[in-house]
Design a protein around this ligand. Structure first.
Ligand code: 5GP
Length: 221
C-alpha cells in the first residue's frame, strides 16, 4: 500500500506555469524565489537576441544567441513559441528545453510576455497555467525600473510607454495577483502551484491507485 501511495506521488504530469506582468512588476524576483524554494519546479531558460545585462549569466537567465542562430531555430521549428518584442529583441522557448522537464513529470516555470503565453495556451491548453502580476501603482513600477538601473533612461521610457498596452491583457490570465508585498505574492503563487498539482488530470497515477482500492474493497466483500 505504501508503495502505491509513493508511486502516486511520483507519477504525475508536469504543468507549465507562466508568470507575466509589466516590466518592473517583480516577475523575476518572484520566479527566482519560487524556484529556490520548490525543487520540483524548473525554470525554462528562453533564448533571446538581446544584449546580456550586467549580472546575467548565459544558460541561466537566457541563452543569449545571435539573429542567425534564432533564424536557424525558426527554420528547424525548434520553438514552442517565439516573439519579436517591440524593443527590437527576439525571444523564444525551445521545445527541447520544456519537454526535457515535462517528460519526467517536473513542472516548468516561464517568464514570457502575453503573446508567448497566448501561443502556449493554444498549443497546450491542459498543461498551461497563467498568472498575471499587477503593480500596486504606476509610480511604484517606474521606481522599480529606475532602481534596477540596468536599462538606459531611453529604455525605461520605452518600457513605461508599453505598460498600459501590456496591462490590457490581464484578463487573458487564469490568476491575477497585485504584487504589494513580495513574500505575500510568493505565498500566493505557491498556493496556486499546489492547487494545480492536485488537479485530477495531473495525477496520472490515480487510475492504478483507485484500481488498487477497488481490489482491496472486493477482497473484503
Ligand atoms: P527582458 O528583456 O526584460 O528580460 O524581457 C522582456 C520581455 O520578454 C518580458 O516581458 C519577458 O517576460 C519576455 N520574455 C522573456 N523570455 C521570453 C520567451 O521565451 N518568450 C516570450 N514570448 N517572451 C519572453
Amino acid at each position: 500500500m505504501n508503495a502505491i501511495i509513493e508511486k502516486l506521488r511520483q507519477v504525475r504530469r508536469g504543468a507549465m506555469f507562466i508568470i507575466e506582468g509589466p516590466s518592473g512588476v517583480g516577475k523575476g524576483t518572484i520566479a527566482k524565489e519560487i524556484l529556490k524554494r520548490d525543487p520540483n519546479i524548473k525554470f525554462s531558460v528562453s533564448v533571446t537576441t538581446r544584449a546580456k545585462r550586467e549580472g546575467e549569466v548565459d544558460g541561466v537567465d537566457y541563452y543569449f544567441i545571435s539573429d542567425e542562430q534564432y533564424n536557424q531555430y525558426m527554420k528547424e521549428d525548434a520553438f514552442y513559441e517565439c516573439v519579436d518584442s517591440q524593443y527590437g529583441n527576439r525571444y523564444g522557448t525551445l521545445r527541447s528545453e520544456v519537454d526535457s522537464f515535462l517528460n519526467v513529470g517536473e513542472d516548468v516555470l516561464f517568464d514570457m510576455d502575453w503573446v508567448g503565453a497566448r501561443q502556449m495556451r493554444q498549443k497546450a491548453p491542459d498543461d498551461v497555467v497563467t498568472i498575471y502580476l499587477l503593480p500596486p501603482s504606476i509610480h511604484d513600477l517606474r521606481e522599480r525600473l529606475e532602481k534596477r538601473a540596468t536599462d538606459s533612461q531611453e529604455q525605461i521610457n520605452k518600457r513605461m510607454g508599453m505598460v498600459l498596452d501590456k496591462m490590457s491583457h490581464w484578463k487573458e490570465f487564469d490568476y491575477v495577483i497585485v504584487n504589494v508585498d513580495v513574500e505575500e505574492t510568493i505565498a500566493k503563487v505557491q498556493k496556486i502551484i499546489s492547487g494545480e498539482r492536485m488537479k485530477r488530470v495531473r495525477q496520472t497515477g490515480l487510475d492504478d491507485f483507485v484500481n488498487e482500492l477497488i481490489k482491496e474493497a472486493s477482497a473484503h466483500e
